[in-house]
Write a protein that binds this ligand. Structure first.
Ligand SMILES: Nc1ncnc2c1ncn2[C@@H]1O[C@H](COP(=O)(O)OP(=O)(O)OP(=O)(O)O)[C@@H](O)[C@H]1O
Ligand SMILES: [Mg+2]
Length: 259
């Protein structure tokens, strides 16, 4: 579904992504792991159109999407979750979901005068869809809660919920598990698996929690120093000498920096 070909992203002289080549198969939940600073988030940002690549190519279902803007990719069903922006924290969980879809009837004078009926119908439809999503994510009881009052894990679920308000094909998740308690992390994992199985979503998941990766992801791709170091099942990856060494290397470096 996604093919990244010899991708480079340089910041000045620093090669954050340094010739990465990888594929994400349709229907998979592909894991992307690697030590801190390996270039995972940068690769996501380039694929999702938030950063232009220095060189290389990104293909979506055979179409060259290199350098395409995020909103164009959004309409092609390529989504990347973001933290709920501060200005949305005073809106309820349901309202946050209802904000997502593009292409509603605008607020032009014409529609304001003559289109009220249509706008009301669209709102009712959006509301129904938002409630369906909240139900799917098992957080219906939080529908009227302000997003700012949700726990870290509940916010992550709501972020995942936003991808369900549109016709997503592939969703990129960057560290959904960070700072989330075990129970909610399992709920998030369940939601990802169900979206994959029941709605055919393809996922690419960056995560440091290896239990989470092992439960959800096949294959797992390992990045180190801007390149793809290895790919395989979670079990194969955890036994891979080069992978173990890459993690040890940064472990030692971090210790040296800390000391
Ligand atoms: N805008 C930027 N300007 C300069 N350097 C950057 C920029 N963004 C990222 N980098 C550098 O690129 C390298 C890769 O960063 P990136 O965030 O992609 O790593 P990562 O694999 O996501 O790491 P982590 O697991 O810690 O999130 C890091 O050394 C980082 O400091
Ligand atoms: Mg990162």
């Amino acid at each position: 579904m996604i093919a990244v070909e010899n991708l480079h992203k340089h910041f000045g002289g620093f090669h954050a992504v340094d010739g990465a080549t990888l594929e994400i198969a349709e229907g998979s939940i592909t894991g992307l792991i690697g030590p801190n600073g390996a270039g995972k988030t940068t690769l996501f940002n380039v694929v999702a159109g938030h950063l232009p690549p220095t060189s290389g190519k990104v293909m979506l279902a055979g179409e060259d999407i290199t350098g395409m803007a995020p909103h164009d990719l959004f309409h092609k069903g390529l989504l990347r979750t973001f933290q709920i922006a501060h200005e949305f924290s005073s809106m309820t969980a349901r309202e946050n979901l209802m904000m997502v879809p593009g292409g509603q009837s605008g607020e032009g004078l014409w529609t304001a005068w003559f289109g009220r009926g249509r706008i009301e119908r669209e709102e009712a439809e959006l509301r129904r869809k938002a409630d369906e999503v909240l139900d799917f994510l098992t957080i219906s009881h939080l529908a009227d809660e302000k997003a700012g009052n949700l726990s870290g894990g509940q916010k992550k679920l709501l972020e995942l919920g936003r991808t369900m308000m549109v016709e997503a094909k592939i969703v990129f998740l960057d560290e959904v598990g960070a700072g989330v308690n075990r129970t909610l992390l399992n709920t998030i994992g369940d939601a990802i698996i169900r979206l994959n199985k029941e709605r055919g979503y393809t996922f690419c998941v960056i995560e440091h929690d290896m239990d989470f990766i092992q439960r959800l992801c096949d294959p797992v791709i390992v990045m180190a120093e801007g390149k793809v170091l290895a790919e395989g099942s979670a079990d194969q990856i955890m036994k891979n000498e080069a992978v173990i060494e890459a993690y040890l290397g940064t472990g030692l470096k971090n210790k040296a920096q800390a000391g």
